[in-house]
Design a protein around this ligand. Sequence first.
Ligand SMILES: *Cc1c(COP(=O)(O)O)cnc(C)c1O
Length: 417
Amino acid sequence: MSHFSSFNYRNHQLFAEEIPLTAIAAEFGTPCYVYSSAAIRTAYQSFDRAFGQRNHLICYAVKANSNLAVLNLLARLGSGFDIVSGGELQRVLKAGGDLQKTVFSGVGKTFEEIRIALAANIFCFNVESEMELIALNEIAGQMGKIAPVSLRVNPDVDANTHPYISTGMKENKFGIPAAEAERIYAIAQQLPYIRVSGLDCHIGSQLTEIAPFIEAAHKMLDLLARLQATGISIEHLDLGGGLGVRYDLEIPPTIEEYVKALCAATENYPQQLLIEPGRSMVGNAGLLLTRVHYLKHAPHRNFAIVDAAMNDMLRPALYQAYHSILPIAKRTGETKIYQIVGPVCETGDFLGHDRNLTLESNDLLAVMSAGAYGMSMSSNYNTRPRAVEVMVDGSSVHLIRARETIEDLYALEKIPT
Ligand SMILES: *Cc1c(COP(=O)(O)O)cnc(C)c1O
């Protein structure tokens, strides 16, 4: 259970820090996302400490979990942010985050988003194409600004992860092909409203080995040397995010091992090191609390129909992702093999297959490792209001997003008269 450091059984009852999850379900209802502030704090501090004396900036990838309370907690710890939209920029601002520690990634930044980010004086634009670079220069010129830029280079490294979350192979839409990077850096160097500031890559998500990160880092350092030989100076090296977490039996590198390996690979370089962790900051700091509604025993399968569904937690349906599912109160008695499914009208609506559990109707379950890409990927499919979110801090629990109402869901809709 060590990878769920803040969620532990006491007397056969699962707790979030000092609070029994049954109490949270009674107060806030289900489905409910529960986050541990201690787990997030520990993850941030592990990253930060592992850098030691190395000049660094940790830019939390907002898309993993963008709740204002999560962003605010990280901002107070000193974190920077990696954003991929104007909406995320506004969230960072609202949460009290420092935009001067914020980098803006993404292949499709709109002109309006670029204007807002320039006005906010963000730390760096991670530019993903030549056309974006030209547009950024023009907009910065109109605004009388100089845009700090890294090119996001695609190092063509196999991250050895699920194809949907692999981003650094030459087939992917992300970044600038390594072979073109020097030519586009030379253009950037000439553009009057662009200041070349860094070099960036991000090769994918849920990586469970160090080797691809190091391979990418070496390719970046080779490129850095070639750029410097042409008189282009690079102040920071952004090695992206992507460190995996333990969902099941995988054994990803620890945060310390990962950071120490990056520092070692770049030790002869004075550049500031940036990383953009998302999943590894919050993934195992959250769970999705759900209640068993019906049990259905078909001839060949047992179904536990719960009140959370694919709209609340898309990862199983989208990536066949595995999430551990634990009872909140352990029962004794005969176990059965269950399909844990939601009420949504899709066969892909499942949270877990073939789980050995002792269940009765009304039991509470925890879908573990739900802190990253859970709520942030949720939808209102089947007109299901989004789940409530709470954050536990020791023996306090705070509501950090109220459960949506049905009225919220159609508030913007109109019937033509
Ligand atoms: C998604 C993303 C991240 C974060 O990835 P994790 O796997 O959650 O750490 C970092 N950088 C960029 C550019 C991303 O798109």
